[in-house]
Design a binder for this molecule. Structure first.
Ligand code: CUA
Length: 364
């Protein structure tokens, strides 16, 4: 099964990535035609320049050049050949454009929202996820919009790329015939976290897809203790693009060393669950001194349980987690889990550590 989750580091190559959609071969064929035609023409022109410069070099101080005479055949050839080439590229490109722009009528529609700096997907059933899961061999139409600035939705293996704009819908479609995991990349500079604005498309079998829809994507954190679920959200909701957990400042303040401290950006109160909750839902409510009001609202993105989990995680990395936070819901905490209550593992929440459905599936 094909799998690429870190586009810029895994299997990097000079050549095009594998063709993951039914329309990819058409794009590649045209691209390769233009590439090799240009290569041949460039080499031909360069060799011609060198040869002619040598052939007609000045041979003596009193060189008398022969006047250049018209050559019908030569002039026709340099008019007709490029015209034909350009026409071939036009019709070929137009065909490929129509084929990749107009989705089949039976396409499955998923809404896509881009925002600083992650993607969310909304299914016709109302399900919201941060990973796009689609059935294999099924045309999928994406209806995309942005909550803030310009983004661009790019899936290298599918050879699809489309701008995502605020206050407007744009569309793109694909049909992925093979199961696997493919990476989404944002290709429109959209701020500090742009280069980390990725995401995954998981192409699964039909049964697995229906199961995914039925169980709400297995709710990645349903059977996790709050602090662990919060750690997962820290990565999956891209909190890590702005907030560190090691005390260093990034676009936003670090999550380490804040719990129980006076509220940044406020004259009263300390950082507690309510402070976290309000900061998540209405980031402009408190702006920590020295930082810009850059954070988007997570209203509608995180439910109460998720917000509580994030607060629990922040509490945990600050060494203030209670045994209840670490207990799986509805069950007594295992002894080894309790042991970590006072001494959270170092480096909890390594931002580079992929946390996702794979882990959740193993837990099922
Ligand atoms: Cu979003 Cu770059």
């Amino acid at each position: 099964m094909y799998e690429r989750t870190e586009f810029w580091t895994e299997g990097a190559s000079l050549w095009l990535p594998p063709q993951g959609s039914t329309t990819a071969h058409e794009i590649d064929a045209l691209f390769n035609f233009i590439l090799w035609t240009s290569t041949v023409l460039t080499i031909g022109v360069a060799v011609g320049i060198v040869y002619l410069a040598w052939r007609y070099r000045r041979r003596s101080p009193a060189d008398r050049p022969v006047p250049v005479k018209e050559s019908k055949a030569l002039e026709l050839s340099w008019s007709i050949i490029p015209t034909l080439l350009v026409l071939v590229v036009f019709f070929w490109g137009f065909r490929a454009y129509v084929g990749t722009s107009i989705p089949p009528v039976d396409a499955y529609v998923v809404n896509v929202k881009g925002q600083k700096w992650f993607w969310t997907f909304e299914y016709p059933t109302g399900l919201n996820t941060d990973e796009l899961v689609v059935p294999e061999g099924q045309p999928v139409k994406l209806v995309m919009t942005s909550q803030d600035v310009l983004h661009s939705f790019y899936v290298p293996e599918f050879r699809i790329k489309m701008d995502v704009l605020p206050n407007r819908y744009t569309y793109v479609w694909f049909n992925a015939p093979a199961r696997g995991v493919y990476q989404i990349v944002c290709t429109e500079y959209c701020g500090t976290g742009h280069s980390n604005m990725g995401g995954h498309i998981r192409v699964v079998g039909r049964d697995e897809f229906y199961e995914f829809l039925r169980t709400g994507g297995g709710d990645a954190g349903a059977d996790l203790p709050p602090a662990e679920y919060g750690e997962q959200l820290y990565t999956s909701k891209r909190c890590n693009t702005c907030h560190t957990v090691d005390g260093t400042s990034a676009t936003g303040p670090s999550w380490l060393g804040i719990w129980g401290q006076p509220r940044p950006g406020s004259t009263s109160g300390v950082v507690d669950d309510n402070y976290i909750r309000e900061s998540v839902l209405d980031p402009a409510a408190f702006i920590a001194p020295g930082f810009q009001p850059q954070m988007p609202s997570y209203e509608g993105q995180l439910d109460d349980r998720a917000i509580g989990a994030i607060a629990a995680y922040i509490r945990q990395i600050n060494g203030a987690a209670t045994p209840a936070d670490l207990a799986p819901p509805g069950g007594a905490a295992p002894a080894d889990t309790l042991g970590t209550a006072d001494a959270p593992e170092g480096g909890a929440g390594d931002p580079s550590e992929p946390v996702g459905l794979d882990e959740a599936q193993q837990n099922e």
